[in-house]
Write a protein that binds this ligand. Structure first.
Ligand SMILES: NC(=O)c1ccc[n+]([C@@H]2O[C@H](COP(=O)([O-])OP(=O)(O)OC[C@H]3O[C@@H](n4cnc5c(N)ncnc54)[C@H](O)[C@@H]3O)[C@@H](O)[C@H]2O)c1
Length: 433
C-alpha cells in the first residue's frame, strides 16, 4: 500500500502529478531546489501560468487539505513509499550530450535519504540506457542499497503537454518500465490511482525508447509538413488546403506546419534518442528533421523581410511587433520558443522589434508587453508566432488604424489570406504562396 509520495522537481510535470496524487488522498511532498516555487505552492498558488484547466483550483484545494506540501529538504524521502523524479533533462547540442546535472543531483539526494523498500521512478525523459548506466549506479552508490533487492526502480515517462496537464495524466495511457516484475506490478498499482488510461508494463530500456521515439516521431512529422509548406510557398499555393486534401486520402495524417517547434521536449527528444546509440549508429532522418524545424523561425523572419523588399521598403529601422512569445498557444511556456529565432533574425537586419504575449510574464533580455494595442501602435508589421486565442479574435479594421504600415506575417495560419488582403493588408504566411 502506498501512503507517502515524494515528487522531486515541481515544474510542468511534477506539479500536476503531485496535485493528482494528493487529490486521491495520498500524503504528497513536492521537492524543489528553488525556494520561490516552494513558497508559492505552499501558499496554494500554482506557479504555472497560462490556461491550465482545473490545476490552480485543485492545487489550492490539496494545499488547504494539507495533502500536499512543498519543501527543499530531501529528508522527506526517508518516509516515502514512492519517489517520483520529474526534473528537467535538456540536451547540450554543442557538446552533443544530455545535460543531466539536475537529474544527477536529484538522484544523489534521493539516494542519500531514501529508505529500504522504496519505489523510485524516473518520470523525466531520458536517453535510452540512462536508467542502467546513470540512474541505477548513482542510487546504488549513494544509498548503499541494491536496486531490485533493497529498493525498486522504474521509468514511467510522462505524456503531459502544457494546456492539458491534468487531462493528459488522467486520460492517456502510460508505459511502466520496471527493472523487474515486482517493480512493474508496483508501478501499475501506484499509477492506477490517478491514470484512467491503459498502463503497459515493460522493461526500462523499452520505456526510454518509447518516450523519446514518440517525440522524435512528432518532430519528424512536423518537419515533413514544414517542407511541404516551403514547397507550397514556392509554387504559390496554400499548404493548409493541400494538407486538408491530402488527409482525405486513407491512412494519411499530415501534420500542421508553422513558425517553428518549441517547448522543453520536442527540440531535444530526437537528440536524446540519437544519443542512446552514440558510437554504434548515426541516425539521420530525425537529425535532418530537427535542423529543418530549427530553420522555420528564420524563415518566418525572412517572410517579414521579403514583405518589405517586395513593396520597395527595407526592414531596417521598422517597428515590427512579434505577437506571441510562448512556444504554444494559450500557454506561458517559453522554453526553446521559436519567437527568439524570429526576433534575433529581425534585429540582425536592423528592425526595431517589440514583443507582445498575453500569458508570458518575463523572459531574460526580452521586454514582453501585455497591452496589445499599445504594442502594435505605429508598427510597420505584425508577425504572429503563437496562435493565442486573443489573436484569432482581432478586428482587422482596428489593427489597420493602429499600424503605420499594414503588413501581417502569419506563422500559424491565424488569418485568411484573401480576407486580410481585402482589408488592404500586405499578407504573407508560412506555407501560403
Ligand atoms: N513539459 C512537458 O510538457 C513534458 C512532457 C513530457 C515529458 N516531460 C519531461 O519531464 C521532465 C520535466 O519537465 P518539466 O517540463 O516539468 O520541467 P520543469 O523545468 O518545468 O520542472 C523541473 C523542476 O525541477 C526542479 N529541479 C531541478 N533539479 C532539481 C533538484 N536537483 N532537486 C529538486 N528540484 C529540482 C526545477 O527547479 C524545476 O522546477 C523532463 O525530462 C521533460 O523532458 C515534460
Amino acid at each position: 500500500m502506498f501512503k507517502n509520495i515524494v515528487i522531486v522537481g515541481t515544474g510542468y510535470v511534477g506539479i500536476p502529478v503531485a496535485v493528482m496524487f494528493a487529490n486521491k488522498g495520498f500524503n504528497v511532498v513536492g521537492i524543489n531546489r528553488t525556494k520561490e516555487k516552494i513558497d508559492l505552492i505552499n501558499k496554494g498558488i500554482c506557479p504555472i501560468e497560462g490556461d491550465e484547466p482545473n490545476l490552480p483550483e485543485l492545487l489550492e484545494k490539496v494545499i488547504k487539505e494539507k495533502k500536499l506540501t512543498a519543501t527543499t529538504d530531501y529528508s522527506v524521502c526517508k518516509t516515502a513509499d514512492a519517489i517520483l523524479i520529474c526534473v528537467e533533462t535538456p540536451f547540450d547540442s554543442d557538446k552533443w550530450e544530455p545535460k543531466y546535472d539536475s537529474l544527477k543531483s536529484a538522484l544523489k539526494s534521493v539516494g542519500e535519504n531514501m529508505s529500504k523498500g522504496a519505489l523510485v521512478i524516473v518520470e523525466s525523459t531520458i536517453a535510452p540506457t540512462t536508467m542502467d548506466t546513470l540512474v541505477k549506479p548513482i542510487l546504488e552508490n549513494t544509498s548503499k542499497m541494491k536496486a531490485g533487492v533493497d529498493f525498486l526502480l522504474g521509468n514511467c515517462p510522462e505524456r503531459v503537454m502544457p494546456g492539458k496537464l491534468l487531462y493528459n495524466i488522467e486520460n492517456l495511457s502510460r508505459v511502466c518500465g520496471g527493472i523487474n516484475k515486482e517493480t512493474q506490478d508496483r508501478m501499475l498499482e501506484l499509477y492506477a490511482n490517478i491514470v484512467k488510461g491503459e498502463l503497459y508494463p515493460t522493461d526500462c530500456l523499452t520505456a526510454e525508447v518509447v518516450k523519446t521515439t514518440e517525440n522524435a516521431y512528432r518532430d519528424v512529422e512536423i518537419a515533413f509538413a514544414n517542407e511541404v509548406a516551403l514547397i507550397c510557398e514556392k509554387l504559390g499555393i496554400n499548404v493548409y488546403e493541400v494538407r486538408e486534401l491530402v488527409n482525405k486520402a486513407p491512412y494519411r495524417n499530415m501534420h500542421l506546419p508553422g513558425a517553428g517547434v518549441g517547448g522543453h521536449c520536442l527540440p531535444k527528444d530526437s537528440l536524446l534518442l540519437s544519443y542512446g546509440v552514440k558510437g554504434i549508429m548515426t541516425p539521420e532522418l530525425m537529425i535532418l528533421s530537427r535542423n529543418l524545424n530549427k530553420q522555420m523561425p528564420i524563415h518566418t523572419a525572412e517572410l517579414v523581410i521579403n514583405a518589405f523588399k517586395e513593396n520597395g521598403m527595407d526592414v531596417k529601422s521598422k517597428k515590427i511587433a512579434v505577437c506571441g512569445f510562448a512556444y504554444l498557444e494559450n500557454s506561458d511556456d517559453t522554453r526553446n520558443t521559436p519567437a527568439m529565432g524570429v526576433i534575433e533574425t529581425l534585429k540582425a537586419k536592423g528592425a526595431k522589434v517589440v514583443v507582445h504575449d498575453p500569458f508570458v510574464k518575463n523572459y531574460p533580455g526580452v521586454e514582453i508587453n501585455k497591452d496589445f494595442e499599445k504594442t502594435i501602435e505605429g508598427a510597420d508589421a505584425l508577425v504572429f508566432v503563437t496562435a493565442h486565442n486573443d489573436y484569432k479574435a482581432l478586428n482587422l479594421d482596428k489593427l489597420k488604424k493602429l499600424m503605420k504600415t499594414p503588413i501581417i506575417v502569419d506563422g500559424r495560419n491565424i488569418f485568411n489570406k484573401e480576407k486580410v488582403n481585402e482589408k488592404g493588408f500586405i499578407y504573407k504566411g508560412v506555407g501560403k504562396g
